[in-house]
Design a protein around this ligand. Structure first.
Ligand SMILES: [Zn+2]
Length: 398
């Protein structure tokens, strides 16, 4: 559905407005903040998690399931939609909102992460990336201009500049420096190529784990007239401590910047909480659907593997206090049976639960921020987010 100009929540012809309602406290105990991002298709409260709709669907969930879980914005993957069904076809069918029957905000990524991650199947030069389709091996080329044209055809509320991410921990300083410099040039080209007035455009900070390179990239990206700042090149093979150090460098330089901050590709509830604490507003990750496919459901302070024998006659819901489709209606025993029988409903129910768990957790964080209790509640929120003490392993691109 195209944004209706008569009912747009925005005025003045801008594609985005970001208001920080609760700024971080002056005592420096946290950089966390609460805000609202107003877009052509609606308002998104921050901090916020964006479910990933890789192929114009969040795996196993209908738009109604997503709305019920509390999703206010989702992410679409430019690389996947370009290859299949094709951005021009989606544009002819009314754009991504209408195509997938999702009338709330959408952000599309640039495709950079997917095409650059294909070690064997791509070649990078200063102008762009040539890659082979994972579907049929055919050759394609993405440049900043192509990525922006594809995203304008898809018509999301927010597009993202084309970038070259590198693996944070296993890349040399030279590789990181080269990729960051290229990302800077591609950011300027993305801005020049972007012309859709009803679509915001975010730039991506790179710079790996090196504080100097991360700072340089942050300074450059914030000097450009983007509508928001993505922090890229993390949520890869780095440790949580390395990630948090890189985040502190980037967000430290964004203190007085009025734009929303989006950490790409992270992850588990514990990771989200620590990044919110360090000043991040937006997140996305495919982890929820992936762990649900493996039979894992998240509960406060731990996770349950529904394939374990202990649940086959367990009459309790997965999580007593949960409002989701699964917990309202079904027992652990039933979900355990569905997984054993490999019934498709298992994936829908488990994903509904993990998505609701995450979005409710983010809502709880926002309540704590808006009531000024975030720092006091941090230990309790950390315990809630702990999945049996395990941090999520790095997530590979879909
Ligand atoms: Zn539930």
């Amino acid at each position: 559905m195209a944004a209706d100009p008569d009912h747009s929540p925005l005025d003045g012809g801008t594609p985005i407005r970001f208001d920080v309602d609760v700024a971080p406290p002056a005592d420096g105990s946290t950089r966390a903040r609460a805000g609202r991002m107003t877009l052509p298709h609606g308002v998104v409260e921050t901090p916020q998690f964006m479910p990933v709709g890789t192929n114009a669907t969040v795996k196993a969930l209908s738009p109604d399931d997503l709305r019920e879980a509390g999703a206010t914005i989702i992410l679409g993957n430019t690389y996947h939609l370009y290859l299949r069904p094709g951005h021009e076809r989606i544009a002819r069918l009314g754009g991504l909102h209408e195509f997938m029957a999702w009338d709330r905000p959408i952000l599309t990524d640039s495709g950079g992460f997917q095409v650059v991650s294909m070690d064997e199947l791509r070649k990078i030069d200063d102008d762009g990336v040539t890659f082979q389709s994972h579907l049929d091996g055919s050759y394609h080329r993405f440049t900043p201009e192509v990525s922006i044209a594809v995203q304008e055809a898809l018509g999301a509320d927010i597009a993202v500049a084309f970038d070259q991410p590198v693996r944070p921990a296993s890349s040399t300083r030279e590789q990181v420096a080269e990729a960051s410099a290229r990302t800077n040039r591609w950011a300027e080209r993305s801005l020049r190529a972007h012309s859709r007035p009803d679509q915001a455009l975010f730039g991506i900070v790179q710079g790996g784990l090196d504080p100097e390179l991360r700072a340089e990239s942050t300074r450059f990206m914030t000097s450009l007239p983007f509508d928001g700042i993505c922090i890229g090149g993390l949520a890869g093979d780095e440790t949580p401590a390395q990630r948090e150090a890189a985040l502190d460098v980037a967000v430290g330089l964004l203190q007085d910047d009025p734009r929303p901050r989006y950490l790409m590709g992270l992850g588990s509830p514990a990771d989200l909480l620590e990044a919110v604490h360090r000043g991040v507003d937006l997140f996305d990750s495919v982890l929820r659907a992936r762990v649900a496919r493996n039979g894992q459901v998240w509960v406060p302070g731990g996770r349950l593997n529904m394939r374990n024998a202990q649940f086959v006659e367990d009459r309790r819901p997965v999580q007593e206090s949960c409002r989701c489709l699964l917990c309202r209606n079904f027992s652990r025993a039933y979900l355990s049976h569905l997984f054993r029988a490999e019934e498709l409903l298992a994936y829908r129910l488990a994903t509904c639960h993990n998505m609701t768990f995450t979005l409710d957790f983010m809502a709880e964080i926002r309540v704590a921020l808006r009531t000024g209790t975030f720092s006091d509640r941090l230990p309790g929120l950390r315990a809630w987010a702990l999945l049996s003490g395990a941090r999520a392993s790095p997530v590979q691109p879909e």
